[in-house]
Design a protein around this ligand. Structure first.
Ligand code: UD1
Length: 434
């Protein structure tokens, strides 16, 4: 079992280029299925979720190569229309293959996706969108079968701006005959990235980034090369780390506009933040001030994925900070771990009330999900003493060698392979687990 050990209290200094966005790469890899040719994806970080997507593509019969952060997919050899349960369960985003395989082959069968750690994550909106485009869907306890001899363009109206449902609708609509409009679409930058990728292949998709997306379906697609945008949530995590530990960092490879709700928050908490349009600088030279109310919301609101790392950075901020998690039902699993480190946080339903303490202290903590895990690393960097974080398999889903980036900024963090028998879990924690 791997753990991070972090000696906290060292300020972060220096600059970093942020890797490609997981939440762009995953729909784009699913979209490669639509093209009966060769597509090359650059800035595609070798994350474990990317490995899971490549396994699905290989299972479907595509030829896949991966060299560093470049992935090539030849989907001309696609032969299968189903994804086994074991691959579906590896990650929630496996559901994005639904629209793509259906569009390419007219049939897809798969089981329900994994990834329930944030509370229930239904896919009803995905299925409703596909039905609007003419798909017939049979659902059973084991999974679903989705068929359409020919998808037809239609008017998809989403009751809420779901990122995944918007992406699935786009992927299916690219192969449908005629025009599709998606109203109340999610506006996340990763959806614009998907649109740009599809247009590189010859599709006609416009409007992404706004609430209405229009797709002229049925155009022949050809191969192409595309460079994925930088990961705004990884960038938020580094900003949170510098805010927690102090210091001054510069981030490259992300669009600062995508981070505005988070940079505004750090600014109001006492950090100096500025950008020249390309590089983003954050300096934190004194104690942070709490006092804000942070309400997560669909883009361009405060990202739910940044809630946990930002909470970790504000544990030592003066005053009280209020968090309201509006997107997911159960996204406070990091709170108990932060409390082990001395944080004062009370949660009730979707609200968390954080009262700043003078300093967190090191502890042995466990990541229960991806962003909650990143939050524990942020907390460890700002804490006094040594923090050990287990559950790195969650963190590795979305951060490529997070420890290397942080070491480059001067942090003292190591990935250590601890035997299962000596995982450093305290007696008390072992009893709780049992
Ligand atoms: C995506 C992101 C995830 C981020 C989330 C919200 C990827 C790979 N993942 O997840 O990192 O936290 O957006 O920004 O891009 N819902 C339904 N029915 C559905 C679909 C969604 O009720 O059919 C609900 C969900 O339960 C949730 C809300 O809608 O409460 C938002 O979910 P959604 O935007 O779909 O998130 P994901 O696409 O799963």
């Amino acid at each position: 079992m791997n753990v991070f050990t972090i000696s906290g209290g060292r300020p972060l200094e220096g600059s970093l280029t942020v890797h490609g966005a997981k939440n762009s790469v995953l729909p784009i890899l699913a979209a490669t299925v639509l093209c009966p040719g060769v597509t090359t994806i650059q800035n595609c970080p070798p994350l474990s979720d990317v490995t899971a997507s490549l396994s699905i593509l290989t299972h479907l019969g595509c030829r896949v190569t991966q060299e560093g952060d470049t992935v090539t997919v030849d989907a001309s050899t696609l032969t299968r229309q189903s994804i086994p349960d074991s691959l579906m369960r590896e990650m929630r985003s496996s559901v994005l293959f639904l629209g793509a395989i259906l569009g390419r082959t007219g049939r897809v069968s798969l089981s329900y996706p994994g990834g329930c750690e944030l509370g229930p994550r239904p896919i009803d909106l995905h299925l409703d969108a596909l039905r609007t485009l003419g798909a017939e869907i049979r659902e059973g306890p084991e999974g679903l079968i989705c068929e359409a001899a020919q998808l037809r363009g239609g008017a998809v109206t989403l009751p809420l701006p779901s990122v995944g449902a918007t992406e699935n609708a786009i992927l299916a609509a690219v192969s449908a005959s005629g025009v599709t409009t998606i109203t109340n679409a999610a506006r996340e930058p990763e959806i614009l990235d998907l649109q740009r990728f599809l247009c590189t292949l010859g599709a006609r998709v416009c409007g992404a980034g706004g609430s209405v997306i229009t797709i002229q379906g049925g155009l022949p697609l050809h191969g192409g090369t595309y460079r994925v945008m930088g990961d705004r949530i990884v960038a938020c995590t580094h900003l949170a780390a510098a805010a927690a530990a102090g210091g001054e960092i510069t981030l490259l490879g992300v669009d600062p506009v995508h981070l505005v709700p988070v940079t505004d928050l750090f600014q109001s908490a006492g950090c100096q933040v500025h950008s020249d349009g390309k590089a983003l600088h954050l300096a934190c030279r004194g104690p942070l001030h709490g006092g804000a109310t942070i309400r997560t919301a669909p883009y361009p609101g405060f990202p739910t994925d940044a809630q946990a790392p930002v909470m970790a950075s504000l544990c030592g901020a003066r005053g009280t900070t209020l968090f309201v998690e509006t997107i997911f039902q159960s996204r406070y699993r990091h709170v108990d771990e932060l409390i082990r480190m001395g944080a004062e946080i009370r949660t009730e339903g979707r609200v968390a009330v954080l009262t700043g303490v003078s300093r967190l202290h090191g502890a042995h903590v466990r990541a229960h999900d991806l962003r909650g895990g990143a939050a524990l690393v942020v907390a460890g960097l700002g804490a006094e003493g040594v923090t050990t974080v287990e559950g790195l398999e969650h963190i590795d889903r979305g951060y490529f060698h997070l420890e290397d980036d942080l070491c480059r900024l001067g942090a003292e963090i190591q990935r250590i392979d601890k035997g299962a028998s000596d995982c450093g879990v305290t007696k008390e924690q072992k009893t709780e687990k049992a």
